[in-house]
Design a protein around this ligand. Structure first.
Ligand SMILES: [Fe+2]
Length: 263
């Protein structure tokens, strides 16, 4: 029997080794824990959690261990990719012997491909040849399955001057690859701390709110948004369509430092 699969995207939790850690004034451990509680209330039977980078703000091994502990109540398999604030080495050390970093995950008629778009010490992203190869190989190995591509950095314009400077630099390489394969149903990213869902050259691109502080959409300069932390639910249907919703924490007064001019 053909089955739909339920994914939850958790992105940009920016955790620290210690409980007091903040991003732009917001306590990131507290907000992630609230998100996990909300996921437990709203989503049952999660087939896969995709954690799309900036797992840690301080890139410490302890922060990654904290993340694993905080999402444990969701009781679902998880795959993660690094963001610009992360350390590949420390992520690997935190999950020794586990397969959280495996880039290809098959779910029935669907394949989730998670690409590492980080450039060490840089805020912007780039898809190195080994990552494009992973995608190309998955596309040729699974021509009859639907493909969901995920990465940390946004590979399209977010219509925001400062954010557009920190996206994937070689987005054309990805676009060229996607053009050749009509079975790629969507590309999902984090990094931009805001919700979007846009069709660009026939491919659906989605970004998802951070589990902590949000950035103002379409702002020319760095801007903090007052919207609450969020997550995305994705239902991958057997006919290749995707049903998706973004949920946010409502009714909680989070502390945010609006005076900061960058992050
Ligand atoms: Fe982030």
């Amino acid at each position: 029997m053909q089955k739909a699969f339920t994914l939850v995207q958790i992105t940009d939790p920016h955790l620290h080794a210690t409980q007091e850690g903040t991003l732009l004034g917001m306590n990131t451990e507290n907000s992630l824990k609230l998100i996990v509680d909300q996921i437990r209330q709203e989503v049952s039977d999660i087939d896969l959690i995709i954690a799309t980078g900036d797992i840690a703000q301080d890139s410490s091994v302890q922060a990654y261990k904290n993340f694993l502990r905080f999402i444990d109540p969701l009781n679902a398999p998880m795959r993660w990719i690094p963001g610009n604030h992360d350390s590949r080495a420390n992520m690997t050390e935190a999950v020794q012997g586990l397969d959280h970093a495996e880039p290809v995950y098959v779910l029935g008629d669907w394949v989730v491909v998670m690409l590492d778009s980080i450039v060490p010490e840089r805020v912007y992203g780039n898809l190195a040849k080994d990552q494009l190869d992973i995608l190309e190989q998955a596309l040729s190995q699974y021509p009859d399955k639907y493909i969901l591509v995920t990465l940390h950095h946004h590979p399209i314009s977010m219509h925001s001057r400062w954010i557009d400077q920190i996206g994937v630099r070689n987005r054309d390489a990805l676009t060229d690859l996607l053009k050749q394969h009509s079975n790629v149903r969507a590309v999902v990213c984090g990094h931009v701390h805001q919700e979007s869902d846009e069709l660009v050259n026939g491919v659906r691109f989605m970004s998802t709110p951070s589990t902590c502080v949000q950035f103002k959409p379409k702002s020319q300069d760095f801007g903090i948004d007052s919207l609450g932390p969020g997550f995305r639910k994705l239902i991958l249907n057997p006919d290749g369509t995707i049903d998706t919703t973004v949920s946010r924490i409502e009714g909680v007064d989070f502390e945010i430092d609006y005076s900061q001019k960058g992050y």
